[in-house]
Design a protein around this ligand. Structure first.
Ligand code: DP6
Length: 332
């Protein structure tokens, strides 16, 4: 009999950013980060162990992937093979549910879903915290997609892999949402991985970023305890800007912004100045994400529509953590 694991994971957007590794092989970060899991964007993945296969086979959205793409997945699955003391290969089928206009990278949901499916396929029964340390080795940000709501990824200690994992700190059920303003859906020219390494290696501002991120995290966790949305938003916006400022100090300088990113930021400020609290954050691309109250989303959307088209604006509620999918839930 073939062993199958099927799992859904949602993407997440960092409110306190991860930008830089202290150990590139183990994906150990320079600072702890904190994110919001989003309901609107997710990946469904199945892993089928098959002793007849001589290599892993990887299908993305129904299309068989080339050797290089498959190799990345195989290397990741080796972590599970080692733990299970197994040599069997797998067929991996992955479906990304990210509106095409969003242009959001899906590595966070991809590796979290793959980790969840592999855990079931190899019958490892790893708990979520341990699983988050495995997901981390595929892509740092996927550590946080194991859980729903507001999630911290603790940096951990030294080179101890198990110490750097995710924790769900709050279910974010206090009127929180996010609007993605899609500026450009094309694949980014400089990956986060390369961009963050260049920043760590060459930006004179980098040590200041690390100190600031640590302070911001402490303040944000206090704001979350108090359910203080305004403070949460202010810290989110300030932390994201500091990350981008740090990148500008790299040699050569890094900027993911486009003219319309600035247009979006200014529009959000205008909405805020007119009395509706909403705050921007940006990742390694030109798209702008707006943290807002779920109950004020439609008012904000109306205002954003003055400057952006309908299909550039995608609303999301708070998402949940990874979930195993049953046969009937697997609808492909
Ligand atoms: C700007 O997780 O994509 O989105 O660990 O090298 O795969 P790797 O990088 P990745 O970086 C995400 C960077 C970010 C901020 C964040 O999500 O915290």
């Amino acid at each position: 009999m073939k062993q199958i694991g099927r799992c859904r994971a949602h993407t997440n957007i960092a409110l306190i950013k991860y930008w830089g590794k202290r150990n590139n092989d183990l994906f150990l970060p320079m600072n702890s980060s904190l994110s919001l899991t989003l309901d609107a964007f997710y990946t469904d993945t199945s892993v089928t162990l098959d002793s007849k296969l001589e290599t892993d086979e990887f299908f993305l959205n129904g299309t068989k992937q080339d050797k290089d793409e498959t190799k990345k997945i195989s290397r990741f699955l080796d972590l599970f093979r080692q733990t299970a003391n197994s040599e069997v290969h797998a067929k991996i089928e992955s479906y990304n549910h990210v509106p095409t206009a969003a242009g959001l990278a899906s590595s966070a949901s991809a590796f979290a879903a793959l980790a969840g499916a592999a855990n079931t396929a190899w019958q490892l029964n790893l708990d979520k915290q341990t699983l988050s340390t495995y997901a981390r080795r595929g892509s740092g940000s996927s550590t946080r997609s194991i859980y729903g709501g507001l999630v911290e990824w603790t940096m951990g200690e030294g080179d101890i892999s198990e110490s750097s994992h995710a924790i769900e700190i709050d279910d974010a059920s206090w009127d929180i949402g996010m609007i993605v303003i899609a500026i450009n859906k094309h694949k980014k020219k400089l990956s986060s991985r390369v961009g963050m390494k260049l920043t760590v290696d060459t930006s004179p501002f980098y040590p200041v970023w690390v100190t600031e991120a640590k302070k911001d995290l402490i303040a944000m966790k206090e704001a979350i305890k108090r359910k203080d949305f305004i403070k949460l938003g202010e810290i989110t916006e300030s932390n994201g800007m500091k990350m981008h400022a740090t990148m500008l100090g790299a040699t050569p300088p890094i900027s993911y912004w486009e003219p319309d990113s600035v247009k979006a930021i200014n529009k959000v400020k205008e909405i805020r100045n007119n009395g509706i609290p909403c705050y921007v954050t940006m990742d390694a691309g030109p798209n702008v994400k707006v943290l807002c109250r779920q109950s004020q989303m439609s008012d904000i959307l109306d205002k954003l529509k003055e400057s952006f088209t309908n299909d550039q604006l995608i609303c999301s509620a708070v998402g949940e953590g990874i979930k195993q999918l049953t046969d009937t839930e697997w609808s492909y």
